[in-house]
Design a protein. Structure first.
Length: 255
C-alpha cells in the first residue's frame, strides 16, 4: 500500500487502490498528451473520427454534384479547405468582438469574402477547372461544413487549434470527394482516371455512375462499408476491454 494513500478503516484496501487508479479520466489524460500529438488530433479527427462527409453527412450538394471526375473532386476539396482554414483563423481572431446576436451573419460575410478571393484566383490561374466546377465555387459560401466549423469550433477556440481544425476537416472533405470519384464514378462510369484511359475495350463504361443516381448509389455503398468497418472495430475493442477486465479481476489478490 503506498504511503501517500492511507487506508481508511472499515474499507477494502484493494477497492481503494482501484479507485485511485481509475481517477485518471479521459480529461486528465489530456494533460499528458505530447504537444506534437495535440497537433495531429484535429487532423485525424477531420479525416476519420468526425469526417464531415461520411460521419456528419454535411456538404452533400457538392459531394454528389462534382464527383464525376477526380480533378473536379480535388479542385473542390482544396478550394473548400482553403476557405475553411482562412475563415476559421479570422473568426477565431474576432470571436471576442462579434456580438452573439449577429454572429451567423458575420460568419457568412467572412466566408463570402474568402470564397470570392478563391473564385477569382481559380478564374485567373485554372480557368478550365473553374469552368468545370461552375456554380459550385460560389456555393461554398453556404456549405454547411464551413459554417458549422465556424459556429461549433472556431468561435470558441484559439487560432492554432482553429486552423488545424480547418486543415483536418478540409482534408477529410477532399478525401471523401476523391473516394467517391476515383474508384467508382469516373473509373466505372467513363473508364478514365484523371483524364487517362484506364479501362479499355471491350469494357463498356457504366454511364449510370455519371448520373445523379450513380452518385447516390456510390455514396450509399461507401457509407455502408464504413459503418460496417466501424462496427467491427467497436466490437473488437469491447471484446478486448472485457478480456482485460476479466484478467485483471482474476489476478487481483484476495483479502
Amino acid at each position: 500500500m503506498p504511503r501517500s494513500m492511507p487506508v481508511q478503516h472499515g474499507k477494502n484496501p484493494v477497492r481503494q487502490i482501484q479507485i485511485f487508479r481509475n481517477f485518471r479520466t479521459p480529461e486528465t489524460r489530456k494533460w499528458r498528451i505530447h504537444p506534437l500529438r495535440k497537433l495531429i488530433i484535429p487532423i485525424k479527427n477531420g479525416l476519420f473520427d468526425n469526417n464531415p462527409t461520411f460521419v456528419q453527412l454535411l456538404g452533400m450538394c457538392p459531394t454528389l454534384a462534382v464527383t464525376t471526375s477526380v480533378s473536379n473532386a480535388i479542385g473542390m476539396g482544396l478550394a473548400a479547405t482553403a476557405v475553411l482554414i482562412c475563415s476559421n483563423i479570422l473568426i477565431s481572431l474576432l470571436r471576442k468582438f462579434i456580438p452573439k446576436e449577429v454572429r451567423i451573419a458575420a460568419y457568412i460575410v467572412v466566408i463570402a469574402g474568402f470564397v470570392t478571393a478563391i473564385e477569382l484566383l481559380m478564374k485567373a490561374y485554372v480557368p478550365a477547372l473553374y469552368s468545370s466546377l461552375g456554380l459550385y465555387i460560389p456555393l461554398i459560401v453556404v456549405n454547411c461544413i464551413i459554417l458549422a466549423r465556424a459556429e461549433a469550433f472556431a468561435s470558441h477556440n484559439p487560432v492554432l487549434p482553429s486552423a488545424l481544425d480547418g486543415v483536418g476537416m478540409g482534408l477529410g472533405f477532399t478525401m471523401a470527394l476523391c473516394l467517391i470519384a476515383a474508384p467508382c464514378r469516373e473509373l466505372l462510369g467513363a473508364g478514365t482516371l484523371l483524364g487517362f484511359e484506364i479501362l479499355r475495350a471491350p469494357y463498356q463504361p457504366a454511364v449510370i455512375f455519371l448520373l445523379p443516381a450513380g452518385a447516390f448509389l456510390t455514396l450509399g455503398f461507401l457509407l455502408a462499408a464504413i459503418k460496417a468497418i466501424a462496427a467491427r472495430r467497436l466490437r473488437k475493442k469491447q471484446k478486448g476491454l472485457k478480456e482485460s477486465a476479466a484478467s485483471s479481476t482474476a489476478s487481483a489478490p484476495q483479502f
